[in-house]
Design a protein around this ligand. Sequence first.
Ligand SMILES: Nc1nc2c(ncn2[C@@H]2O[C@H](COP(=O)(O)OP(=O)(O)OP(=O)(O)O)[C@@H](O)[C@H]2O)c(=O)[nH]1
Ligand SMILES: [Zn+2]
Length: 385
Amino acid sequence: MTQSSAAPARNNANLTPATDLVTVSRAVADLRRGEIVLVQGHENGEAHNVAVIAAEPLSRIGFDRLCDIASDGVSPAIVIPRVRAKSLGQACKNDPFIAFVSEDRTAIDADRLGQIANPLLDLDALPKGDWRPVSVAESAAIRLAKLARLLPAVVTVAVAADQLESLVRVQNLLVLQSESINGYENASAASLRQVSEARVPLEDAENATVIAFRPEDGGQEHLAIVIDEPAKDKPVLIRLHSECFTGDLIGSLRCDCGPQLRGAISEIARNGQGGIVLYLRQEGRGIGLVNKLRAYALQDRGFDTLDANEELGFDADERVYRPAAEMLRQLGFESVRLLTNNPEKMTGLESWGVKVSERVPHKFPSNGHNEFYLQTKKDRAGHLF
Ligand SMILES: Nc1nc2c(ncn2[C@@H]2O[C@H](COP(=O)(O)OP(=O)(O)OP(=O)(O)O)[C@@H](O)[C@H]2O)c(=O)[nH]1
Ligand SMILES: [Zn+2]
């Protein structure tokens, strides 16, 4: 076990379970670097603690350190999506995630873990082992991996209560409560505050102002592009646009995002009443760019856009709409006319108290590459084309 007695503890093991935005965002960064984080969950009135490492950026050193934490001879558990377990030959119930524990600790190394976790990699055979349901702490750890925009697959070992305090103190590991992880997205959205604003004349809307909103934990800023001067006492024309690096910036033909973004700006400018484009940092329907590229690679192997997400262990759509509702509230708008084909955006906004008085269709012609994508949204995601 690596020890550094001089390292100050970054928090203590008795933290209250209130959502702790800063600790969660620090844990996200730790997980992305391949570091161990400690997660505490409560089941049947008892605390269960796990030390966690993400399966994806797992280094040999990180894996060895995790094994050092485990009791003698105990293999770490590999928590993967049910669909991945199925394709590895394990018929399982409907739990979305399942844990695999190898009989032989030496049968798993960092490379083998990557192959087990990532559906794009081939795996010859799984070593002998047992499957078991995941604990509350482990399912929160999966949520943390999703917040980190990593593959939803983690490696865990159980940690006894007396071991927890020394890991925090001696190894300088973060400990966080499952409630904090599970409440993070909501709390982060509620903490958004305007941090800067400037006039930015656009090709299609000369009178535009970009306003940036930052969450308290210092996470990614969402943007409001306010065009002209929309009245606050009647429904404002808006578009909720989810970030799409490939479609918005480099002209990808796999989706319809580029034309939808530019089209929304010009339509709002043309209508003469003003309006707002909310540019939401929810790349890849909330799974992040790296995972979206993985989903594209799976689509090239025959999965459709929704199944590809699920094959990776994500929901078909992981977006949340509280940040959009919060920005509208702070800008002083209560009621909107929404440019969209996606009914979930309407119900999402309404569930956070924004009145959607009208849906304004926002369809653009297909381009020779995105017909199947658009058809899938219509047939399987209920998009109204
Ligand atoms: N995971 C995943 N995300 C994708 C794929 N294609 C596009 N996206 C993402 O999907 C989102 C599309 O966002 P929007 O255009 O705002 O939403 P929409 O659900 O299509 O709804 P409307 O356009 O409003 O009708 C962006 O974040 C894209 O990056 C894909 O195949 N997989
Ligand atoms: Zn796109």
